[in-house]
Design a binder for this molecule. Sequence first.
Ligand SMILES: C[S@@+](CC[C@H](N)C(=O)[O-])C[C@H]1O[C@@H](n2cnc3c(N)ncnc32)[C@H](O)[C@@H]1O
Length: 213
Amino acid sequence: MNTDLILKYFPELTDTQISQFSEMAGLYQDWNQKINVVSRKDVDELYLRHILHSLGIAKVLSFLPGSKVLDVGTGGGFPGIPLAVLFPDTQFTLVDSIGKKIRVVKEVIDGLGLRNVEAIHARVEDLPGSFDFIVSRAVAAMPTFVRWVDGKVSQKSVHPLKNGILYLKGGDLREELQDFSKAHIYPLSEYFEEDFFATKVVVHLPLGPTAGS
Ligand SMILES: C[S@@+](CC[C@H](N)C(=O)[O-])C[C@H]1O[C@@H](n2cnc3c(N)ncnc32)[C@H](O)[C@@H]1O
């Protein structure tokens, strides 16, 4: 079954979640032929490179019911859509500056019947609202990213981790994170055994009322 890899690490999925993860394969195959949002090679490895990778954030933190999460530069919906399936009681906002990507994301949301996700075509700098956590993958280096999301993190922390950014990154981050002494790195190889995750991490950066605090 195409969801075996997901069940290997998230064995407590409900039947609804299993069928939603399962349906992603067909939805992305269809939509990717019309509008390219995921590279060809990656569609073949959707469950490893996109879905399970996105769910790496869930190994670091379980979002609580009623919390709000923003996915910046979601592209084809990663990491936001897999996380929205896993946390159906958390409200997800997915934003991207390219309209055709948001069109695909909306089709996938409708196809999966997700009620806890909205997809917005905008630059994140122009987006109003505040969120418990901001998630992202492959969008901008941390200094730029922190500037973009300045003021968008709510200050009342109710999770075991302080509100802020949870960013999927890879490679040597020493230079990129040198000005962020509060950043904490969680290697995904501690949770997932596949080679793909050998160099992948989740960076947690707590954010105060302004990015500098
Ligand atoms: C390399 S893609 C990554 C897509 C997705 N996060 C993933 O990992 O598959 C980067 C995405 O960020 C979006 N993006 C770049 N700058 C942005 C901004 N300021 N506001 C919103 N989206 C932005 C781009 O349009 C693009 O879809």
